[in-house]
Design a protein around this ligand. Structure first.
Ligand SMILES: Nc1ncnc2c1ncn2[C@@H]1O[C@H](COP(=O)(O)OP(=O)(O)OP(=O)(O)O)[C@@H](O)[C@H]1O
Length: 590
């Protein structure tokens, strides 16, 4: 199986944490089935002796035994469940926190390219699949082996030949049932996990894009795609069910073989007077009762396939990797702010090693306290640059500094205090306006919220809402227009109160008047704060202190060039007084 080892490594690394509890649970599980076997044996002996009219006084020990093992079975089962579930929940907690840490450590672009449905499936379904790893995969074979050995040792106490035959016949069940199940369901567990994840991703995609699907008349095609995923799930499940059936059939076969294999030896012992009739019944029933321990083996094999597939998918998120789960040890030092709010030098970045460079040899800097505008062709990498600054993609080459500090040296907290980003399509949560705004500053007072809302030109709109700041935004802010969503996101970023504000086309959906109002507020933030805005809107270009143009050249090569009309290269006069001379053919300083 491909990559099996790595999936296993992750599973064992988690299990190591709770192994003492798991060992106790396995011991309790073995004792529970041993009690069950003993109960069958003692009950069978009691019934046989009673049928043979053995005096009641001689049966007292057996009667006590029946009561004892009956109570033990129930009590031990309870304890086993208690311990195994507490160990499982401890593992689950570790897995979930590991998952969230891994997601947190992931580069946002990686996360976006995974897709929401897929991430949801990994964090919820795959973790839930692993929840059963101990209960369904690890415990059954351990308990089955222990019970097989114990039962055979018990019979060997009467007769070594009986013990050997019991070991042989139970051994067939122990090996053959899982082997057959594994052979018949090979790859089906992984296929089911993968197909279920694709199905979930398709559902999330369909729900999110339902409106567009209807408008494009593509709902039938989407339904067909979902139907295909569903068929893949069903096909995998059907293979798994057949394999489990075959495994269970082996168990039934072994149950039938036990009397056939043991009776010849046992009857011989009875004939020779070495074994009583009641003991004979017990000899045959004990291994049959032991089959209870083998019943979980087919399921264990299938669950192993599911668990390995789920572990591999979680591992692909970065779980178990030293980097993902290790605590970050980045500097918290602020350092003295330099003359530039941000500085890029020979910056190179691509989303994937297989993909071409998006940014290549890009150098430019924005002086602290300026209102800078970045324009450029679609696809040139403007948004990418903003995300690199705000989200620590950590995959870039060259230098990228925020207020004189390399972004790679900044921990999340420091970065959040330094820079706020409003993306092209900001996410609003299904909560009130107040909650959405307070994400940026949890303790913000109403006065602060209104001040930020005013700067984003939202005051009139909030007044028109029935519940003001307590109005519900709907899922992803769908109750809002595009422009309202943008302004709420802008107000949220303003509340963050960072020295650098990165804005990706924040006025794209605003009318001219509202845009003027927003721009005036943004401009008024400078020189206390630095604003870098990606936009093509003339109004923004007109009020910028400095303007850059990012160009897509030679396929993937990009340059940052100042817009000629705003800033002649040789002679930076007027409002470009703070500009630093050109440093290299591709280096421009505001
Ligand atoms: N998550 C991603 N994974 C892979 N490639 C990406 C990703 N995001 C963007 N790209 C690619 O990177 C390049 C630059 O994209 P980016 O969004 O930064 O451009 P842009 O200049 O902001 O464009 P626009 O003006 O149209 O918003 C594009 O070719 C785009 O396809």
């Amino acid at each position: 199986m491909q990559d099996t080892g790595s999936g296993m490594g992750l599973l064992w690394s988690w299990m190591r944490v709770t192994w003492p509890r798991l060992a106790v649970a396995a011991l309790l599980g073995t004792l529970t089935i041993a009690s069950s076997v003993a109960l069958t044996a003692v009950s069978a002996g009691l019934i046989c002796h009673a049928a043979l009219r053995v005096p009641l006084a001689e049966l007292q020990l057996a009667i006590v035994g029946v009561r004892f093992f009956g109570l033990c079975r129930a009590g031990l089962r309870y304890l086993e469940r208690l311990v195994s579930h507490s160990a499982t929940f401890a593992l689950l907690a570790k897995m979930r926190t590991g998952c969230y840490r891994a997601l947190e450590a992931m580069r946002p672009a990686q996360l976006r390219s995974l897709g929401r449905g897929d991430v949801l499936s990994r964090v919820v379904s795959d973790v839930e699949t692993l929840e059963h790893f101990y209960l369904r995969v690890v415990a059954p074979p351990v308990i089955a082996l222990a019970i097989t050995l114990l039962t055979s040792a018990l019979l060997a106490g009467w007769s070594p030949a009986l013990g050997l035959r019991s070991l042989a016949v139970l051994g067939v069940g122990l090996v053959l049932a899982p082997l057959l199940t594994w052979r018949l369901s090979r790859g089906a567990g992984a296929a089911e996990v993968q197909a279920r994840a694709s199905l979930k991703a398709a559902w999330v995609d369909t729900l999110q894009g339902a409106g567009d699907l209807l408008l494009l008349g593509a709902q039938e095609r989407m339904r067909a795609r979902t139907g295909q995923e569903l068929k893949r799930v069903q096909a995998a499940q059907s293979r798994i069910a057949s394999a489990e059936g075959a495994g269970n059939a082996v168990g039934v076969l072994v149950g039938g073989l036990i009397p056939l294999v043991l009776l010849p030896v046992a009857l011989d012992l009875v004939r020779r007077g070495d074994l009583g009739v009641a003991d004979l019944v017990m000899m045959v029933l004990v291994p049959i009762a032991a089959l209870e321990a083998l019943a979980g083996l087919p399921l264990a094999v299938q669950s192993l396939g599911h668990s390995l597939a789920a572990a591999r998918r979680l591992q692909a998120l970065g779980l178990g990797a030293g980097g993902a789960e290790a605590e970050r040890t980045l500097t918290h030092a602020e350092g003295a702010p330099g003359p530039f709010a941000l500085e890029a030098c020979e910056l190179r970045f691509r989303y994937d090693a297989e993909q071409p460079w998006v940014l290549e040899g890009t150098s430019f800097a924005v002086r602290t306290g300026t209102f800078a505008v970045l324009t450029g062709e679609s696809g040139a990498g403007k948004s990418t640059l903003l995300h690199l600054l705000a989200e620590a993609q950590a995959g870039h080459e060259g230098e990228l500094q925020l207020a004189g500090q390399d972004v790679r040296d900044l921990d999340e907290e420091t970065r959040r205090r330094k820079v706020a980003l409003v993306t092209q399509s900001p996410h609003l949560f299904n909560a009130t306006l107040r909650d959405n705004l307070r994400l940026a500053r949890p303790g913000a007072t109403d006065a602060e919220l209104h001040r930020a809302a005013d700067a984003a030109c939202l005051t009139g709109w909030i007044a028109s809402l029935p519940d003001g700041l307590d109005s519900w935004m709907g899922e992803e802010g769908l109750r809002l227009s595009g422009g309202e969503r943008q302004r709420v996101a802008l107000a949220r970023a303003l509340l963050q109160d960072t020295p650098l504000l990165l804005l990706d086309e924040p006025t794209a959906e605003l009318d001219t008047e509202t845009e003027q109002h927003v721009l005036a507020h943004l401009k008024a933030l400078c020189p206390q704060r630095t604003v870098l805005m990606v936009t093509h809107r003339p109004a923004a270009l007109a009020c910028a202190d400095v303007t850059f143009r990012m160009e897509l050249g030679g396929g993937v090569r990009m340059d940052c060039l100042p817009v000629e009309s705003h800033r002649p290269l040789e002679d930076p006069p007027g409002r470009h007084e703070g500009a630093t001379p050109r440093q290299s053919p591709r280096t421009f300083y505001s």
